[in-house]
Design a protein around this ligand. Structure first.
Ligand SMILES: Cc1ncc(COP(=O)(O)O)c(C=O)c1O
Length: 397
């Protein structure tokens, strides 16, 4: 198609509920849900329904929607200084990094702010290749790390399904989940890094467990490889601790995080231990938008809210309530950690997902067809959990 014919093509049809023609790339399957507004844990639809959001915009809306302090922090920053390059030192950027390091409670020396989870992972890999001078990476089966060339190369099944680049940029091997005995064969003196989601998200809210993560740490130390925790989805309090590294008591060399970090303002971060930070050189990493002042204001507001509203405790108690009250109806068992919950269903999770939506509850799915995934805002209350229980009982076994 040449430019002229592209311009003269008539606009695509409007969707069912909106008058606006749809020019968006049709690459996302769409839930039958037309959301026009949201507040707290509730979504408002164009046809006047209120839907309980247990999906949280895919683990993003940690504070829920319309959190006043978060809105005010972004608005204030927009009024004061909406953007400046990383070549200019900004106090709000310094503050966000310092808050994040303190929030982590881990031995983190440096933070590199970027825009997305995939970009954080790409930069973590770049550091590992630079430090070790090696070219191999070991990832975990059923992992998801993003859609850019490097992040997709370490994503399970991407090469066969949607990779889209002509070749992988480096050598990758995969370790079966929780199989400590399989680690040594894949992690050798040629391995630059092992990357693992301590609790897999897309893979089905699957918790790797402390023994497996400890075994990865030990093997990395033995062969001189770096250990990267991808906490893009499970980090920033979702497991009831600031990071899963704290929950499992295993310190990786780098942590990547995103999603809840900005509560919807796009941002991500790469956290580095002192040994990794030591290898940083001027211009080794870079970004235009990463660490922008508005993103940093959002990050500060998120950490403020998590701490001042005691949201880690809330995550732990609500997560425990879901596990004790919601193994009913079509749900047989649970997995995952904190508010990254996998509910194992007796029938296809897709069917349960649709049945819940018909009852005004939005959940998530996963790559595992019998796992319904819940990624709710941290502000979820016990009454909301009871609504889920009632809906599941109504759906029946
Ligand atoms: C664990 C994990 N890593 C990386 C990514 C990629 O993040 P992004 O879509 O921000 O690039 C995701 C996204 O779902 C994720 O769940």
């Amino acid at each position: 198609m040449n430019a002229q014919s592209a311009l003269t093509t008539s606009p695509p049809a409007a969707s069912d509920t909106s008058a606006v023609p749809d020019y968006l790339a049709p690459v996302f399957a769409q839930y039958p849900l037309d959301v026009v507004a949201a507040s707290g844990v509730w979504l408002d639809t164009r046809d006047g329904r209120r839907v309980l959001d247990l999906y949280g915009g895919h683990a993003v809306a940690a504070l829920g929607y319309g959190h006043p302090a978060w809105i005010e922090a972004i608005a204030r920053q927009a009024r004061t200084l909406s953007f400046q390059t990383n070549a200019v030192q900004l106090e709000v950027r310094l503050r966000a990094a310092e808050r994040l390091v303190r929030f982590s409670g881990l031995d983190i020396a440096r933070v590199f702010f970027v825009n997305s989870g995939a970009e954080a992972n790409e930069n973590a890999l770049k550091m590992a290749f630079t430090i070790t001078g090696r070219t191999q990476v070991a990832a975990i089966e059923h992992s998801f790390h993003g859609r850019t060339a490097g992040a997709a190369a370490i994503t399970w099944g991407a090469a066969g399904k949607w990779y889209g680049f002509p070749r992988l940029p480096f050598d990758v091997s995969f370790i079966p989940r929780r199989d400590a005995n399989a680690i040594a064969a894949q992690v050798t003196s040629a391995t630059a890094a092992v990357i693992v989601e301590p609790v897999q998200g897309v893979g089905g809210a699957f918790d790797m467990g402390a023994p497996f993560l400890r075994a990865l740490r030990e093997r990395c130390d033995a062969v001189g490889a770096l250990l990267i925790f991808d906490e893009v989805q499970c980090g920033m309090g979702r497991v009831g601790e600031p990071f899963a590294a704290r929950l499992y008591g295993v310190l990786p060399d780098m942590i990547t995080t995103a999603k809840a970090l900005g509560n919807g303002f796009p941002c991500a971060a790469l956290l580095m231990t002192p040994a990794v930070a030591h290898a940083l050189r001027l211009e080794a990493l870079g970004t235009t938008f990463g660490g922008g002042p508005m993103a940093c204001a959002a990050i500060e507001a998120v950490i403020d809210a998590i701490e001042s509203e005691h949201l880690l405790e809330r995550v732990r108690s609500t997560a425990a309530q879901i596990r004790s009250r919601c193994i009913v109806g079509p749900v047989l068992a649970h997995q995952g950690a904190g508010l990254l919950v996998g509910l194992r269903t007796a029938r296809p999770a897709k069917e349960v997902h649709a049945a819940l939506l018909a009852r005004g509850i939005l959940a998530g799915s996963s790559a595992d067809p019998s796992i319904l995934r819940l990624l709710p805002p941290f502000i979820l209350e016990s009454g909301h959990v009871e609504l889920l229980r009632e809906a599941l009982l109504d759906i029946g076994g």
